[in-house]
Design a protein around this ligand. Structure first.
Ligand code: S3P
Length: 450
């Protein structure tokens, strides 16, 4: 089932060279944070380039429910009139975050230290994902949570009326957990400290600094230590959202595996906490270059140029790179299928608790399409067959996961036989223009006539 309606089966098949410019949408992580921090500032924040995918639209709706005025001015241009730190109103109804783990976890953090309650729910994927990783640290502020067994949604969060600041060592590499604690710390008096052993995406820290919060980051023996001083007055900003590297991954990887391709993907955010895939592809022998490197809105940005790469080789992906490419392993496993030799991916336990169990979802679909995949609790290995040798021909379950659906559709673009996904509906959560954008490059990908 699609998260918002009937399933949309889709098929992709081998095509001629992919050529042209792929203008992918705005960054999903930065888009969520722009709306939430805009809602917590005093005055009007303006945003351009906002990702208008369903996940972000659900966060916009939630910010309205908490009392801020969120206006869509068209073409990715939005404004948010914030209510200030601690100014959230109690929502009148249940907050439905759809498919979005980032949305629900960050919003829980943002409301956790205000004297209000809110009940959160989502689709079948989100309601199966662990929330204790967020509600455990929020409890340290004095926040209460009542949900289903094993900390699943639907869940009611009762905000702490007299929050106390916390010191929290994040036990899993998760930017969502880190961000939830920092957003809760905004309305706690004194200093909230978050320590992460492995650096995860740092958009929250960068953006909090941009909105005028007092926040410091130091490298310590325990890891990356972030100290936030609570109860600031956040000042509204203009945010120009860079294009999403996690979405850029799809046209980039397609260009690498489709013979003769040459694709430019302009204006991609290359924050080092996000760009691990591109380094890995280069290590595999990909013809991938950064052009016109620059800084936009405090984030490093470049135009990516990807060309067909006939001599891709499997590699052992450095596990310490995992956090910086965590959402890209599904599509990496597709490129690995077209490489010679094994691609070994270790230290990736977190893949099992994303929108789907992504190791399981990719292993099943790749095997059905003729590939050899081995897996363990926190690792998997794809044995590549080299260009021209990927059989394809199977239907894959997208498991309510946008990145699984898109990855299999990329697989089909160079396979011997078409590859089908049972539901391309979830693609709309993060990359609503995936189908026309890939078609415009020359891909043969479309919805099945049912
Ligand atoms: C995100 C963090 C990551 C990532 C997700 C977006 C964010 O999740 O997988 O797509 O915007 O903070 P985790 O924090 O669970 O690793």
């Amino acid at each position: 089932m699609s998260s918002h309606g009937a399933p949309i089966p889709m098929t992709s098949r081998a095509c001629g060279p992919l050529n042209g410019t792929a203008e992918v949408p705005g960054d999903k992580s930065i888009s969520h944070r722009s709306l939430i921090l805009g809602a917590l500032s005093v005055g009007e924040t303006t945003i351009t380039g906002l990702l208008e995918g369903q996940d972000v639209l659900d966060t916009a709706k939630a910010m309205r429910a908490f009392g801020s005025e969120v206006v869509d001015h068209g073409s990715g241009s939005w404004s948010v009139r914030g209510v200030g730190v601690g100014g959230f109103a109690e929502p009148e109804n249940v907050i439905d975050c759809g498919n979005s783990g980032t949305g629900v976890r960050l919003i829980m953090g943002a409301m956790a230290t205000s004297p209000i309650s809110a009940t959160f729910t989502g689709d079948a994927s989100l309601n199966g994902r662990p929330m204790a990783r967020v509600t455990d640290p929020l409890a340290l502020f004095g926040t209460q949570a009542v949900g289903r067994a094993e900390g699943r949604l639907p869940m009611t969060i009762i905000g702490a009326a007299d929050p106390i600041p916390v010191r929290y060592v994040v036990p899993v590499p998760s930017a969502q957990v880190k961000s939830a604690v920092l957003l809760a710390g905004l309305n706690a008096p004194g200093k909230t400290v978050v320590i992460e052993a492995e650096a995860t995406r740092d958009h929250t820290e960068r953006m909090l600094a941009g909105f005028g919060a007092e926040i410091t980051v130091e490298d310590t023996d325990e890891g990356r230590k972030i100290t936030l001083t609570g109860q600031p007055e956040l000042k509204p900003q203009h945010i120009d959202v860079p294009r999403d590297p996690s979405s850029a991954a799809f046209p980039v990887c397609a260009a690498l595996i489709v013979p003769g391709s040459d694709v430019l993907v302009p204006g991609i955010g290359l924050n080092p906490t996000r760009a691990g895939l591109f380094a890995t592809l280069r290590d595999m022998g990909a013809d991938l270059t950064y052009e016109n490197e620059r800084t936009e809105g405090g984030e490093p940005v470049a135009d990516l140029r990807a060309r067909f790469s006939p001599n891709l080789k499997g590699i052992e992906v450095p596990p310490e790179r995992a956090a910086s490419m965590i959402d890209e392993y599904p599509v990496l496993s597709v490129v690995a299928s077209y490489a010679q030799g094994q691609t070994v991916m270790r230290g990736v336990k977190e893949l099992r608790v994303k929108e789907s169990d992504r190791i399981d979802a990719m292993a099943k679909g790749l095997r059905a399409n003729g590939m050899e995949v081995e897996e363990g609790p926190d690792w998997w290995i794809v044995t590549g067959r080299g260009h021209g040798n990927v059989p394809g021909g199977a239907t894959c379950a997208s498991q309510l996961d946008h990145r699984i659906a898109m990855s299999f559709l990329i697989l089909g673009m160079a396979a011997q036989n078409p590859v089908r996904v049972d539901d391309g509906g979830p693609i709309a959560t993060s990359f609503p223009i995936f189908e026309p954008l890939m078609q415009q490059l020359g891909a043969q990908v479309s919805r099945d006539v049912v």
